[in-house]
Write a protein that binds this ligand. Structure first.
Ligand code: FAD
Length: 571
């Protein structure tokens, strides 16, 4: 089949063509249409070994989603209703085309992607509108509230928890098309006021170039770099409570936002951007993480940080065990000498698979490692950066290095970090290649305090590994004084999608049962909402439902179990 076989080493015929225009694949493919990152042959070898696959199994692609995207039915809106949306946002900003309706109804969860691959999108919006500004949003929400039309919001579209799925149809507002400008940089307060639809790269580039673009005295950074940086928006970060890869120093999205302006069915409001105020529970906090269920974020003011990439200090270590890596990490986070920016530890399986992929699996290397007591399936890699003022960054690196060595770690070259930095946003692009041959790679993540970390990791990993032929790699990458997150990556070749989704549900169940949070940074969406009540308890859910009833009495904002707010009481 195609160029599959060669004399020496077999390389699958990975797709190298941009997806056909208007196809399902054009919707779910990660990255730019002509951007690819194919798995190395070493990774294909791992798949063959783990999943009992042969070269032949990498010859027949399936469910590629190359067909023209089709909505399951026509828009249910009358001509008169469509005309109203045209009046609100301009005719050129309203679409009922099949492609637009399917595209702006789909995020990046495995459920949505596999539906598109099979040409069966399950929920499709009736109309897509690209508001030009907050006045358009206000008019649309008022009209939809009067008419009881469901309103969904799509920004970057990178949700992996079915946050944007239009369960009830209705209208989907796309925030990233027009509402994507920086409005003001306040240098004295070191803050930026921005529209929510601006995407990560445009935001960071503008801040880095602030002297030229905004006449500031220095350049800035946003400090928020999720793996989805290139495909997600600033507003999306805040309303899903996301975390960037340098969050240990800069903070999570939660910590970065100073004030927000919302349009809700109950009315519009702007929170105040005082550095702190003893004025009772903060509405500003309540709205963070509201995932489009209370209202629409139309403007926000964020912290920014001085941009000093020249001061970045890189470090990498190899620990003899997961326990040693965890212990050192806790000591670092509680050490009171300053925090690193990026800080990650990988468990033994992630460490060893990473080494193999980089070609470090020969006898000489293993002999050297053994001499240092760094054994396969025990050793754990740690890497990161220290940022900020030059002396501070050096100091943080020096202090944390001492703690790592005290816990038995061996220093690795800083080049390890540079390699990671180069590919960090591109790794997910391999998903399409794997799925073309029936291999699924997915992730679940959770928050955990130090005193439960080892237990949670052990239990969830044991469950994932109890399924024969399943790769499970875990890391922690967002650290706090009292704990961290665990990020489970599992790779398998399921017998069927039903088998995969049952397995996936069971993993979530194990995370919650063993004391992990439902999510650390992906949000809840409609995917994780069935676990919310068990996780938070009835009292806290009733508080959230009361807020929902206040902001959205007609349940038009992202209805259909988003955040479990209109389930199970059916409101
Ligand atoms: C490959 C990959 C890697 C990822 N890595 C990370 C990571 O490292 N860290 C992390 O935190 N997340 C990560 N995610 C998840 C996702 O990128 C984040 O949840 C992100 O914050 C979503 O932003 P978005 O602009 O794409 O929002 P969307 O997907 O468009 O929307 C997400 C939710 O927010 C709502 N929403 C969006 N904008 C508004 C608004 N203006 N007003 C009201 N509601 C709104 C939507 O209705 C939806 O419920 C990853 C996702 C992928 C696909």
């Amino acid at each position: 089949m195609e160029n599959a076989m060669s004399d020496k080493q077999f390389t699958p015929d990975w797709t190298n063509q941009p997806p056909p225009q208007d196809s399902y694949r054009a919707i779910f493919k990660l990255g730019k249409p002509d951007e690819f990152k194919h798995p190395r042959n070493a990774l294909v070898d791992i798949m063959k070994t783990e999943f009992g696959m042969a070269d032949q199994d990498f010859m027949q692609k399936r469910d590629q989603g190359n067909e023209k995207a089709a909505a399951p039915g026509k828009s249910r809106f009358s001509n008169e209703q469509i005309e109203r949306f045209r009046e609100f946002a301009g005719a050129e900003n309203v679409s009922i085309s099949d492609f637009d309706r399917v595209k702006f109804s789909s995020g990046q969860s495995l459920k949505e992607v596999t539906d598109l691959r099979r040409g069966k999108p399950s929920h499709v919006t009736d109309i897509v509108v690209h508001p030009r500004d907050k006045n358009d949003v206000r008019e649309i929400v008022r009209y939809c509230n009067d008419e009881k039309i469901p309103v969904y919001v799509y920004s970057g579209g990178s949700s992996v928890v079915m946050g944007i799925t239009p369960e009830k149809g209705g209208v989907t507002l796309v925030m990233s098309t027009h509402m994507n400008r920086i409005l003001k940089i306040n240098e004295l307060n070191q803050s930026v006021t921005v529209q929510p639809g601006i995407m990560g790269p445009a935001f960071e580039e503008a801040l880095n170039n602030a002297p030229a673009l905004f006449n500031t005295s220095r350049s800035y950074t946003c400090g928020h770099f999720p793996q989805s940086f290139e495909i997600s928006s600033v507003g999306g970060w805040i309303v899903t409570l996301g975390s960037g890869q340098a969050s240990t120093y800069y903070g999570d999205a939660y910590h970065l936002v100073l004030s927000q302006e919302y349009v809700t069915p109950a009315g519009s409001f702007k929170t105040l951007d005082y550095p702190a105020a003893a004025t009772g529970p903060k509405v500003n906090d309540i709205m963070k993480g509201s995932e489009g269920s209370f209202g629409i974020l139309v403007e926000l003011t964020m912290k920014v940080f001085r941009h000093m990439p020249e001061n970045r200090q890189r470090f990498a270590f190899m620990f003899p065990s997961w326990e040693a890596a965890v212990n050192a990490s806790r000591e670092i986070m509680q050490g009171e000498f300053g925090l690193p920016a990026v800080y990650r530890i990988s468990d033994p399986e992630e460490t060893d698979r990473g080494l193999k992929l980089l070609g470090f699996d020969n006898k000489l290397f293993e002999r050297f490692m053994a001499l240092r007591g760094l054994k396969p399936m025990q050793r754990c890699v740690c890497m990161g950066t220290a940022e900020g003022e030059a002396g501070f960054a050096k100091h943080v690196k020096k202090q944390l290095s001492k703690i790592c060595r005290k816990n038995g770690a061996m220093r690795l070259p800083g080049a390890v970090v540079k390699t990671w930095e180069k590919t960090r946003y591109k790794e997910p692009l391999m998903r399409e290649d794997f799925m073309d041959f029936g291999i699924i790679t997915d992730t679940l993540e959770t928050s955990v305090a130090w005193d439960n970390l080892l237990h949670l990791h052990r239990e969830v990993r044991a469950f994932i590994k109890s399924r024969p032929g399943t790769i499970c790699m875990t890391h922690a990458s967002h650290f706090y004084q009292n704990g961290t997150n665990l990020y489970f990556i599992f790779v398998l070749k399921p017998a069927s999608l039903e088998e995969f989704f049952a397995f996936h549900r069971e993993i979530i169940g194990r995370i919650v049962k063993n004391g992990g949070s439902v999510s650390h940074h992906h949000g809840v969406g409609k995917l994780l909402s069935p676990w919310m009540e068990t996780h938070l308890g009835n009292e806290q859910m009733q508080v959230l439902r009361a807020l929902k009833r206040h902001f959205d009495p007609n349940n038009i904002m992202n209805p259909g179990a988003q955040l479990a707010l209109d389930s199970p009481d059916g409101k």
